[in-house]
Design a protein around this ligand. Structure first.
Ligand SMILES: *[C@@H]1O[C@H](CO)[C@@H](O)[C@H](O)[C@H]1NC(C)=O
Ligand SMILES: *[C@@H]1O[C@H](CO)[C@@H](O)[C@H](O)[C@H]1NC(C)=O
Ligand SMILES: *[C@@H]1O[C@H](CO)[C@@H](O)[C@H](O)[C@H]1NC(C)=O
Ligand SMILES: *[C@@H]1O[C@H](CO)[C@@H](O)[C@H](O)[C@H]1NC(C)=O
Ligand SMILES: *[C@@H]1O[C@H](CO)[C@@H](O)[C@H](O)[C@H]1NC(C)=O
Ligand SMILES: *[C@@H]1O[C@H](CO)[C@@H](O)[C@H](O)[C@H]1NC(C)=O
Ligand SMILES: *[C@@H]1O[C@H](CO)[C@@H](O)[C@H](O)[C@H]1NC(C)=O
Ligand SMILES: *[C@@H]1O[C@H](CO)[C@@H](O)[C@H](O)[C@H]1NC(C)=O
Ligand SMILES: *[C@@H]1O[C@H](CO)[C@@H](O)[C@H](O)[C@H]1NC(C)=O
Length: 808
């Protein structure tokens, strides 16, 4: 209530009302000690405190040192205490004190407020609702040169009471006159203030104080008028000159007769702005008419209610709508209808918000309303409107209409409602917080510049809308759009707001049709941070300009609320991350690139393998390694069968043609038996030149050797197939293999041996060569190591240790 004069006080009051604990964190600039049953100002106030609220306690005195350590104090609320006495030096250490609320205390002598001498910075001083007998302001007030807001109360107001503040120029003088018993005519005229607010004596109508207020102050607010008379009429009959320009009556309890009389008198007086709020009408008797020939700048009634049930509502509506005021407000009242003015009205701004009007508003049995032809601004927000098309018919003859607000209703538009009939000049249309779907675009005025469709159910913008050539601002906040619209229907669009829609990976291409667009707001959308979004984020540069990058050559569009308002909603990994920070590797998103990156290495690999095969005989190595692993495996798996090896003394018996003896003796034997005989791994080889027992028949020797060897190694060559001995050896070996069931024949191909070179008696060899793989002797020395390793692996086996050979 009292904070009205200085708007910042309400901010302070808000801060003061914050919980104590959270305020402590703000370096104790603000301290709230209200309602703590304190009997004195707390002694331990921190020196940094700037705002202190100790209201609603039981403080009865302020002592000299209460504030001596709080030099920065500029706001002090001591209201609702029991203060009787304030030491003259209380505020000697608080030179910045600007706001002091001492209302609702028990101070007694308004002529004797010496502490004010030390508080010369005061701008706001509330001394209302104390126990002052007379409103005699002492000399201390004359020093408060900065004072703008002064609140007072007393039981007696007399002439010359304000003589000591006659030099001050207040903005607001608040007189709490509820306990007033004596008012001397003309007392208030001594005060100087732009505005006077009088809380009227309860339940008594006190005329003289109203008379003084209206003759001395330009702005007057009278609160708590209980059953007032037509005081304006009385003044006119007494020929008193009213000075007031702006009269506001609040919390009025009255009759329709008095309110209509006051309104007519206000029309005839100097008053330009007449307003009422919290108006209760307890009697609606009578049918009253507006006086003609006068006008007001503005007339306003808010929060009106009627306590009688049956009355002529049309008479009420007719009276209100026919008031000749440029601005007319009848709001926050439960009216269901408003009529059309009888004659062409001067109303330019009509505010009927927060009522229960339907789309039959202004409807006349004779036709649509044509007398509101000067109306420029129409506000019907928060009513009970449902269908848009009938409403356009209601306003179609309001030819000056520019600005229409139908927000916060339940409006819809379907083509079944019929064609819309908007007047031609509407440039601003507010249809926010309704239930429109995309069909609403078929029912829009053509001269539209600014269209607000916030909080509707629009999921797409129809492709072939037309006639919105002037549209510059389109607000689609909190709708259901899935993608960015294009601007084909409204090519001049400059600002597009798509905040809080369902955009997840907008395709910016459609914005290329918006050649005049300068601002687009796409914040608070559920962006899905996957590949398709990259295209979008890549177009927005650091500073939040769409088209800042080179790839967009059309225009530069500011992206509002970038980057804070743009966050990923999915996938989980990116959730809540800013789009600014979102990135994905080029390769994961570009299918062509992905193919290239897979194919190129693959092709290179194939070529490399091909070259390797050609140059390095890779297949040979691979087959040798394969054989070697097989042999290793075979050796290991046949390891168990120790009993099969009973009587076996040699790892191998070598069968070769004498012509290949050089190779066998020079290379094979040393490699198998180990170059130096100390090698543990040396294989035991039965070599007939060395191991054959002399004197025995050669065949015996051969047989013996084959029997005692685990394997037979045949060194095949063109010479081999010409040797008879070799043939025998092969025969015995294959026989041995069949009887023992052991895989014990190894073929070494010393030189290429085409099958046709093999004589027909070697059919066994042919079969073997066809069936089993053989080891080829490589000419390349680099490959020979592998050959030996392979051969050794094939022959390697744990033979029973025999030490001495039995025939030696
Ligand atoms: C002081 O406190 C009272 C109650 O706590 C409150 O109503 C009043 O507005 C406050 N005064 C100012 C100037 O904020
Ligand atoms: C306030 O304090 C007084 C004494 O200091 C005590 O008698 C009274 O009960 C207290 N009131 C409340 C509401 O705590
Ligand atoms: C009020 O204060 C003035 C000035 O100190 C004094 O003359 C007067 O007697 C006081 N009135 C009351 C009722 O205490
Ligand atoms: C105004 O101040 C003077 C002293 O400067 C004092 O004598 C006089 O009583 C004051 N007037 C009122 C109405 O208190
Ligand atoms: C004060 O004004 C009222 C009417 O406003 C009048 O009836 C009364 O006689 C006046 N009193 C004095 C003392 O002038
Ligand atoms: C409205 O006015 C009535 C008196 O007519 C009063 O009792 C009530 O407190 C007022 N309400 C507000 C919110 O000012
Ligand atoms: C009338 O209404 C318009 C638009 O709301 C406003 O700008 C203007 O200040 C108002 N005039 C008065 C006198 O209230
Ligand atoms: C717009 O397009 C729809 C179908 O896409 C069609 O039914 C409608 O007639 C078109 N409206 C206009 C005005 O061209
Ligand atoms: C975005 O990246 C910046 C650094 O570039 C970092 O400071 C910031 O915390 C990141 N924000 C989010 C929400 O990940």
């Amino acid at each position: 209530m009292k904070a009205q004069g200085l708007p910042w006080l309400s901010v302070v009051a808000l801060l003061v009302s914050l919980p104590y604990s959270s305020l402590l964190n703000m370096e104790t600039f603000i301290l709230d000690y209200s309602s703590r049953n304190l009997s004195a100002v707390p002694p331990d106030l921190p020196p940094s405190v700037q705002c202190l609220d100790v209201s609603q306690n039981r403080i009865w005195t302020l002592k000299k040192h209460d504030f001596h350590r709080t030099p920065r104090l500029h706001f002090l609320n001591l209201s609702w205490n029991i203060l009787e006495d304030i030491h003259p030096d209380t505020f000697i250490s608080t030179p910045l004190l600007a706001t002091l609320d001492l209302s609702h205390n028990s101070l007694k002598n308004l002529s004797h407020q010496q502490y004010l001498v030390k508080a010369q910075n005061l701008q706001y001083l509330d001394l209302s609702s104390n126990l002052f007998a007379v409103m005699a302001l002492g000399y201390e007030f004359s020093k408060l040169m900065k004072l703008k807001w002064l609140g007072l109360s007393a039981r007696i107001i007399q002439n010359n009471n304000f003589v000591n503040v006659s030099d001050l120029h207040l903005q607001t003088l608040f007189i709490q006159a509820q306990d007033l018993t004596v008012y001397e005519n003309g007392s208030l005229t001594g005060a100087k203030s732009d505005k006077i607010v009088i809380l009227m004596p309860s339940n008594v109508f006190d005329l003289p104080i109203i008379v003084d207020a209206l003759t001395s102050f330009k702005q007057v607010e009278l609160r708590g008028l209980y059953n007032p008379e037509d005081f304006l009429g009385i003044l006119v009959t007494r020929k008193v000159r009213i000075q007031t320009v702006n009269l506001h009556l609040s919390s009025v309890w009255s009759t329709w007769k008095v309110i209509t009389a006051l309104t007519n008198r206000a029309l005839m007086s100097t008053i330009c702005q007449f307003s009422m709020s919290n108006l209760t009408l307890y009697d609606m008797y009578g049918d009253y008419f507006v006086i003609q020939g006068y006008s007001l700048d503005s007339f306003s009634i808010r929060q009106a209610s009627v306590t009688v049930f049956i009355f002529n509502q049309l008479s009420l509506y007719d009276f209100i709508i026919n008031i000749p005021a440029r601005n007319l407000t009848f709001a926050q009242s439960p009216i269901v209808h408003m009529t059309c003015p009888k004659v062409v009205s001067m109303i330019q701004m009509l505010d009927l918000s927060d009522c229960v009007l339907t789309e039959n508003v202004f409807k006349d049995p004779l036709g649509e309303c044509n007398t509101l032809s000067n109306l420029e601004i129409l506000v019907l927000k928060r009513n009970n409107l449902r269908q848009l098309m009938p409403l356009t018919s209601r306003v179609q003859l309001m030819s000056s209409l520019r600005h229409v607000d139908f927000s916060q209703n339940s409006l819809t538009y379907e083509e079944t409602q019929g064609r819309c009939n908007w007047p031609s000049k509407i440039s601003h249309l507010d249809l926010s917080f309704n239930e429109f779907e995309q069909t609403v675009f078929k029912c829009l005025p053509t001269a539209l510049v600014n269209l607000n469709l916030q909080n509707n159910h629009i999921s797409a913008i129809p492709a072939n809308i037309s006639g919105l050539d002037s549209l510059k601002v389109l607000d689609l906040t909190a709708n259901r759009l899935l993608d960015l619209p294009d601007c084909l229907g409204y090519p001049k669009l400059q600002k597009l707001v798509l905040r809080g829609n369902f955009l997840h990976a907008p395709s910016t291409g459609s914005l290329k049709t918006c050649s005049h667009l300068t601002v687009v707001d796409m914040s608070m959308n559920p962006y899905i941070c996957t590949c398709p979004l990259r295209e979008f984020t890549n177009l927005i540069d650091e500073k939040g300009t769409l088209g800042g990058s080179n790839s967009w050559k059309y225009q530069r569009i500011t992206v509002a609320h970038w980057p804070d308002g743009y966050r990923c909603s999915y996938p989980e990994y990116w959730r809540k991350a800013m789009l600014k920070n979102f990135s994905m590797l080029e390769i994961t998103c570009n299918a062509g690139l992905l193919a290239v990156t897979i194919l190129v290495p693959a092709i290179i690999l194939i070529i490399a393998v091909g070259i390797l095969c050609q140059q390095l005989d890779l297949p040979w190595y691979i087959s040798m390694i394969w054989k070697w692993t097989r042999a290793k495996h075979h050796a290991r798996s046949s390891q168990q069968r120790q009993e099969d090896l009973q009587g076996v003394h040699f790892h191998a018996f070598i069968s070769y043609s004498q012509r290949n003896a050089n190779w066998v003796i020079g290379q094979l034997l040393p490699k198998l038996e180990g170059e130096d005989s100390s090698t543990q791994n040396g294989l035991r080889v039965c070599h007939h030149e060395r191991d054959f027992i002399p004197g025995r028949p050669i065949l015996d020797n051969i047989l013996h050797c084959i029997e005692q060897s685990r394997c037979c190694v045949f060194v095949l060559s063109s010479h081999f197939v010409q040797s008879d001995w070799c043939h025998y050896e092969l025969y015995f070996a294959s026989h041995q293999w069949i009887t023992r069931g052991m895989d014990n024949i190894i073929l070494i191909l010393l030189e290429p041996l085409p099958t046709y070179l093999i004589p027909s008696k070697y059919y066994q060899l042919k079969a073997m060569m066809a069936r089993r793989t053989y080891l080829e002797w490589p000419q390349d020395t680099a490959k020979q190591r592998l050959f030996w390793a392979n051969l050794r692996a094939a022959l390697q086996a744990d033979l029973p240790d025999c030490g001495e050979r039995e025939w030696e």
